[in-house]
Design a binder for this molecule. Structure first.
Ligand SMILES: Nc1ncnc2c1ncn2[C@@H]1O[C@H](COP(=O)(O)OP(=O)(O)OP(=O)(O)O)[C@@H](O)[C@H]1O
Ligand SMILES: N[C@@H](CCO)C(=O)O
Length: 281
């Protein structure tokens, strides 16, 4: 029986002001297994399959699937993309590869509704992705450590998007746009010290604060412990800091400032490869 295993990295998206645009792949993974066997996919799997068969213009076939791995669900680390992209790659291999990696990524963006998690998960590194799914990708140095504080509560992306306003003040848009541009320039040039002060965001974090009340305290504590800066990872609930030094100290400070019990902490580096596919016949 043909079986496809796709390892897909977790991601941290937005990076503060790069809302729906910036993202980084992390060395934390889910593996999605798709088999040519009778199965009853529903929900996300059914949606992904329908989109795949339509885009590939082929007759639907039976498949079974499962997912395992370390990516926490509904915590702002791109778990939905790991599932969707893994399913799309699995189905594509079972169908002998009618779609390119870029086409699968674009399909994943359509399903997600925004490309900021899908681009780094698909291709690795730091990505700048636009609404039309076009993207630019840069390698991220191993020197950078990402500290992720994962609360024990979930935040579903649709709920976190409902918290966003229709309009924002012009001056908030100006500061956020210049900060997002500065973040992109710093990653492109690998001048990571230039990231200091650039993660300040007025597009989404202030409006999501009621969902993650400890957010600003945790970021401030991480920075005080030496981190370059921090942000709400994706739509939360995870809070991310990036540092060039002493990640354990940053992690301890973040945890203490959160006032939360039962948090999980990841200290990791960027993944520069993106999704990888293994086929067994
Ligand atoms: N291991 C899993 N098994 C099955 N479904 C999963 C798994 N992980 C995530 N999902 C699906 O993805 C949904 C979570 O998507 P959501 O966009 O809310 O969170 P996220 O992708 O983790 O966060 P973000 O998009 O902010 O990074 C879950 O409700 C579920 O449908
Ligand atoms: N950019 C998205 C990421 C979550 O999928 C958001 O913040 O809503």
């Amino acid at each position: 029986m043909k079986e496809v295993r796709t390892k897909v990295p977790a991601t941290t998206a937005n990076l503060g002001p790069g809302f729906d645009c910036l993202g980084i792949a992390l060395r934390i993974y889910n593996e999605v297994i798709v088999r040519a066997a009778p199965g009853h996919p529903d929900g996300m799997a059914d949606q992904a399959a329908e989109a795949f068969f339509t885009r590939a213009d082929i007759a639907p076939f039976d498949f079974d699937w499962s997912v395992k791995g370390q990516v926490p669900r509904s915590r702002g680390m791109g778990s939905s993309v790991t599932v969707r992209l893994g399913l799309l790659h699995g189905l594509n291999e079972l169908a002998d590869g009618p779609l390119s990696d870029v086409a699968l990524y674009q399909l994943c963006c359509d399903l997600e509704g925004h490309p900021d998690n899908a681009a780094p998960a698909a291709f690795g590194g730091f990505t700048v992705a636009r609404k039309d799914a076009s993207f630019q990708r840069y390698k991220v140095s191993k020197k950078l450590r990402f500290v992720l504080l994962v609360p024990d509560f979930e935040v579903e992306t649709p709920a976190a998007r409902k918290a966003l306003p229709e309009r924002i003040p012009f001056k908030d848009a100006v500061v956020s746009a210049s900060n997002a541009a500065a973040i992109s320039a710093a990653f492109a040039s690998e001048e990571y010290e230039n990231l200091r002060g650039t993660f300040t965001d007025y597009l989404h974090q202030p409006y999501r604060l009621p969902l993650i009340p400890c957010l600003n305290d945790v970021i401030a504590a991480g920075e005080k412990a030496g981190a370059i800066g921090g942000w709400l990872s994706g739509s939360g609930s995870t809070i991310a800091c990036v540092t060039l030094a002493d990640p354990e100290k940053v992690a301890r400070a973040m945890q203490e400032a959160s006032g939360l019990k039962n948090t999980k902490v990841f200290i990791t580096q960027a993944d520069n490869k993106g999704a990888r596919v293994k086929v067994r016949s």
